[in-house]
Design a protein around this ligand. Structure first.
Ligand code: ATP
Length: 313
């Protein structure tokens, strides 16, 4: 495996960067090593392209970031955090987007990451209206499994939502977008960040405090949304949504699965330490207890990432 490299010094004069790119390490990749295909999507600071590594034929997604745009918008630290989080997470867990290489040229930074051919969970929910209990159970279990690993590595995502849950070729889930993550004990400044209103935990709204448990709150919101097709917390404005979050003001639609209801009620709790999954491993609120919740009955955690995804319905 090649060493991961990324620029820390974004803006450079053309002359300087030409000299620098000529002196690229012999084993460092460049965009010319890839056959670039379709554009998969655009973010505020990035374009994501489908690309094939010429020498192996393997397909990847490449996130291309415009250096001058990043500097102009003061977003260099987001890119740093994203890289540090992805490096910390390694390529160890199938539920997290893996980073393979980073490189740069005069104008752009490139992140070569796992390709998720089936797009965002958000589009799936919109397309289907809502997901079946079986599908919601499957994706909730994959989030739990990925979260436990992520948290064990000292990474708190802070912006979990269906737009950041990608689906690979086999419709298995991959969590992405670590630019606003908190990486514990890392040599990088954690930016103040209050996630997305519909998924943000009360402690972030009230005191700008986040912990692993804030990701569990988001899980509760996601389970609610997968099953019902609508947000747990939604007001006519962001302000009103956040008011509802602070008051934990939400209701279940009629016919909502009873086990799922119980799970959501144990995740959408104001006090972060009281959420299911937030306690010590051997306590009644530990991650093992979360995995044992009746909503997950029938899930084989050992084969979660090799079993086929349930049919979409
Ligand atoms: P913003 O930066 O505005 O929050 P974003 O986080 O969605 O937007 P990107 O992560 O750059 O921005 O993603 C842009 C688009 O590309 C998204 O719509 C996403 O669906 C798609 N995309 C991102 N990563 C991948 C991937 N690994 N495989 C396939 N598609 C991807």
């Amino acid at each position: 495996t090649k060493e991961l490299r990324v620029a820390e010094d974004y803006p450079r004069s053309r002359a300087a960067s030409k000299t620098r790119s000529k002196s690229r390490a012999p084993n460092e990749l460049s965009i010319d090593d890839f056959e670039v295909g379709e554009t998969l999507g655009e973010g505020s600071y990035s374009t994501v392209l489908k690309a094939t590594l010429r020498k192996s034929g393997r397909m990847f997604a490449i996130k291309v970031l415009d250096k001058s745009h990043l500097v102009r918008k003061n977003k260099s630290s987001t890119v740093k955090v994203e890289r540090i989080a992805l490096l910390r997470l390694g390529r160890q867990h199938p539920g997290l987007v893996s980073l393979y290489w980073t490189f740069q040229d005069n104008y752009s930074l490139y992140f070569v990451i796992d390709l998720a051919t089936n797009g965002e969970m958000q589009s799936l929910i919109s397309r289907m209206g809502s997901l079946s209990t079986r599908c919601s159970q499957y994706y909730a279990a994959q989030i739990v499994d990925a979260l436990e690993y992520m948290h064990s590595k000292g990474v708190i995502h802070r912006d979990l939502k269906p737009e950041n849950l990608l689906l690979d070729v086999d419709f298995r889930l991959k969590i992405t977008d670590f630019g606003t993550a908190k990486v514990l004990n890392a040599d990088v400044e954690t930016e103040r960040f209050v996630g997305t209103a519909q998924y943000v935990a009360p402690e972030l709204v009230v005191a700008n405090e986040s912990s692993e448990s804030s990701d569990l709150w988001a899980l509760g919101c996601i389970v609610y949304q997968m099953l019902s097709g609508r947000f747990a917390f939604s007001g006519l404005s962001e302000y009103l949504t956040l008011q509802k979050v602070k008051q934990v003001d939400y209701t279940f639609p009629e016919g909502f699965d009873e086990n799922a209801k119980d799970l959501v009620q144990k995740l959408l709790i104001r006090e972060p330490t009281q959420r299911l999954g937030a306690g010590e491993p051997n306590s009644s609120l530990g991650m093992p207890a979360l995995r044992l919740h009746p909503f997950f009955k029938g899930v084989d955690w050992a084969t979660l990432w090799s079993d086929p995804a349930p049919p979409l319905e």
